[in-house]
Design a protein around this ligand. Sequence first.
Ligand code: ADP
Ligand code: MG
Length: 500
Amino acid sequence: MSIIDTRTPDPKRLISGATGDWEVVIGMEVHAQVTSQSKLFSGASTSFGAEPNNNVSLIDAAMPGMLPVINAECVRQAVRTGLGLNAQINLRSVFDRKNYFYPDLPQGYQISQFKAPIVGEGKITVSIGPDSRGQFEDVEIGIERLHLEQDAGKSIHDQHPTMSFVDLNRAGVALMEIVSKPDLRSSDEARAYLTKLRTIVRYLGTCDGNMDEGSMRADVNVSVRRPGETFGTRCEIKNVNSIRFVGQAIEYEARRQIAILEDGGTIDQETRLFDAAKGETRSMRSKEEAHDYRYFPDPDLLPLEFDQAFVDALAADLPELPDDKKNRLIKDMGLSAYDASILVTEKAIADYFEAVAKGRDGKMAANWVINDLLGALNKASLAIEQAPVAPEQLGGIIDLISEGSISGKIAKDVFEIVWNEGGVPADIVESRGMKQVTDIGAIEKAVDGIIAANPDKVEQARAKPTLAGWFVGQVIRATGGKANPQAVNELVKAKLGLEE
Ligand code: ADP
Ligand code: MG
């Protein structure tokens, strides 16, 4: 692999050690399970949570004489993912055997792609932030390649005192290994990269991105160096299965390497594990123990070939991806980059927002979705799909504000009622008498009452007109928050004899 340093050291991202600053360099190999009903080379099901060894065909069990047949859907999904990563699609790729012995690998080798992967170089844009000023910084991260390979089975050691069990349900399931260039320079960037990758595959529907079900896991390569120096020796932390753990593993590993180097030592290239309970990485095997996989092209499989028309058809059918959606929301709906970034993180959130914003003020819809809806969902630990308030209901609340029927403050109460009890916002407002009072007579009576009760304040306000705000507040409170603020404001000024 051609390792090119594309970044200049950024003081903000440096780690200070005992003897000066250090830069951390990270590259990730992400395994993403392809969304497909059946496995990469067999018709066995890929359903999650099946009874052990129920999703196993003769091919997955590596019975003698069985021949693998490539699953066309997995090929389509890999190409679509490559397109989503702005990557080179290779019209010809080769499946190789990666040989090693493991009890949960009945073939004695994994079918993977080595020299000629299905997808070559690409790039994705990752937003880092927001910083203390609410700003995001966009960083471009290079993709080295994406290749297709089989997953292995699972050895289970904790079910029996003297025996281990093997579950082959995962054996042969299609994985996409997505390899980044060593372009990442902080744990924040690494977390943002993985998050973005997950967002992209979820938009595409090529991987469900569920890290807790093992559908996505990351090998994290970490090295450190003095700013401006060439790349240092890396350690690879295997199979990290949450975005938070990726961040923790990098922080720990960078500091461990810095401590060794500052102590005059050297880094051994090795494979390490992240222990989530202890928050530390520890050695699994050194370079000397590294496998020799004796890769060679699988003689049971022809090279994988398709034409440009196949790729073009898939490209034409791609859904709108998060970056494009974000730009459209900024351009067409007048949203800030900040709001748009938040709304596109999950396709379901963007869909919800667009349903609310349709025919309404985009900025207002964005505020309600981000601050009120997402805030409440977060507090209740609910996903957007479980939101008790549907887009039509939130839209209904916004309409009531826009037409002057309720104030923004009352709208929050309506939102809470809909959240807890359901219902049509307009009906709730009507039946519970929450409508804003625009009846000038009623407001006038309230204004007169407050003025009569506070002669001293009237004197002060006449001398200092900004104090009129106090009267406005009192009147609105006296009407239970229902008085139209603009009408109150005008009446208060008129009654106090203040000019506009
Ligand atoms: P391998 O196949 O042996 O794991 P690769 O050269 O394909 O090795 O690189 C694997 C990953 O390691 C890639 O994501 C790459 O960006 C990353 N990487 C390579 N060199 C370094 C380095 N010095 N520091 C951090 N990451 C690195
Ligand atoms: Mg590796």
